[in-house]
Design a protein. Structure first.
Length: 256
């Protein structure tokens, strides 16, 4: 029996809490990081919350200062720009049984944590993937959401024949399985990185997608670049990455 299997067995037998390490990449997030961290810290009395790691990715504003103002938050640094490199730094630092990746503009609550507890009671699950609920969506674009969402589902249904679909900003991984799968692909800057991770992780165990596993997040990229542009960028890169192993768009512009 491996160490990770033994730990899972003990969790189920004695109801021992699993330890969640939160990894939050941040680049110039002074306007968002405080609310994000408050939403996580308010869950800290729960023994499942093990550590909160903010990975500063070269910020020049007050991001690090704000993060360090929370006594239960640790800050580490990744000089190489990119969300995959920041998440990998967090994975290298983390000591928890589970690794939760959320974005600096994301907010979670008790219901989020309850879903994690429910799903990871099963030791064959290696990843839980959720979705976003946008809290600042541009009202002018809301009318596009329903028809585009249905188109999105059709594309996802087709693309999932090759590899699972992911949402890197609201996912929880079994740390041992993620490390066994090679961690995050630091050769991919942005588009397709989450799907690449799950494609490799699917060989380690079961991946669960739960639409009720939600995190509140900012729609600032959609608001600034437009729904249609972002829809096609994400979906085309996701499908191409699954077929060829790499996305066609190298990087995404900073949305600050």
């Amino acid at each position: 029996m491996t160490n990770s299997t033994y730990a899972d067995f003990m969790v189920q037998l004695f109801d021992i809490p699993m330890r969640i390490s939160f990894v939050i990449p941040a680049f110039n997030e002074e306007n968002y990081i405080g609310d994000c961290l408050r939403s996580v810290v308010q869950l800290c009395p729960d023994p499942w919350i093990h550590e909160i790691i903010v990975v500063d990715n070269g910020s020049t504003d007050r991001t690090v200062e704000i993060a360090r103002s929370f006594p239960t938050v640790s800050v580490t640094h990744e000089a190489r720009k990119g969300v995959t490199r920041a998440r990998q730094r967090g994975l290298d630092t983390a000591t928890g049984d589970l690794l939760a990746t959320i974005d600096a503009d994301t907010r979670i609550d008790q219901a989020w944590l309850d879903h994690v507890k429910k799903h990871f009671a099963h030791d064959n699950i290696v990843c839980l993937v959720g979705r976003y609920i946008y809290y600042d969506y541009n009202p002018k674009q809301k009318g596009l959401y329903t028809p585009i969402a249905w188109m999105n589902k059709l594309l996802l249904a087709a693309s999932q024949r090759r590899a699972p679909y992911a949402l890197g900003g609201n996912s929880v991984y079994r740390t041992s399985a993620l490390r066994a799968a090679g961690g995050f692909n630091t050769h991919i800057d942005y588009f397709g990185e989450d799907s690449d991770t799950l494609k490799r992780l699917s060989r380690q165990g079961m991946i669960v997608r739960n639409p009720r596993f939600t995190a509140r997040s900012s729609a600032r990229r959609l608001n600034s670049e437009g729904f249609w542009k972002m829809f096609f960028l994400y979906r085309i890169n996701d499908v191409v990455q699954k077929i060829t192993g790499k996305p066609i768009t190298v990087a995404a512009p900073d949305c600050r």
